[in-house]
Design a protein around this ligand. Sequence first.
Ligand code: ADP
Ligand code: 5GP
Length: 201
Amino acid sequence: MIENRKQMLLVISGPSGTGKGTLANLLLEHDPSFSFSVSVTTRPKRDYEIEGVHYFFISDEEYDELLEKDAFLEHATVHGNRYGTLKSQVSKLMAEGKNVLLDIDPQGARQVLKNADDCVSIFILPPSFKALRERLHTRNTDDPVEINRRVHNAHEEVQHVGMYDYTIINDDLDTAFGQLKTIIEAEKLSTARYLPVVEEE
Ligand code: ADP
Ligand code: 5GP
């Protein structure tokens, strides 16, 4: 059997605090065929973050230059900071034969859905807005004003769930991750990206 596989561009999106990063990290640990597309951002680096691993941290001027060069597959201002997926980053990983994982906000996801001819999109929903707020508190990366802003934005973001190929409710993490693996397993067998050739022997 000759395996003919085309790589997958996987978009995981949803409101801030819904568990996108958690699920994305579990997938990256579980499935070495996936690589994370490192985004650029103008937001300040958090203590635990590593340049080039979590993000490429850049200035507003550098971001403007990238915009001018049409370097972004998608870009958005999210909760007051600017973020973007570099076309070069995605094509480099694809050239290495990797499936590429994007963890991006719903504005960016909408652009990828419009511009990329073949991507798999998953929207992660929280079980409730109360749970979402509690997760943002527990994560401890945002102050109460910022948490209010994110929960407020989430009410609008969940309205667009119908645009995505799949929805996962991240209530119990094991269940949600199981559903993510099921989607990936099925998508790897889709004839959109898997066309094996049967040989005589
Ligand atoms: P996002 O990347 O969508 O902003 P995170 O992955 O950072 O969200 O998750 C937000 C917080 O919620 C983190 O503290 C994470 O450990 C926690 N979390 C993620 N999934 C669950 C879950 N199913 N149940 C409870 N807490 C969760
Ligand atoms: P954080 O600053 O907490 O790491 O991320 C804030 C939000 O920005 C999250 O919802 C995350 O998914 C989103 N984000 C991260 N990188 C990108 C990107 O390249 N493009 C877009 N549109 N959103 C991103």
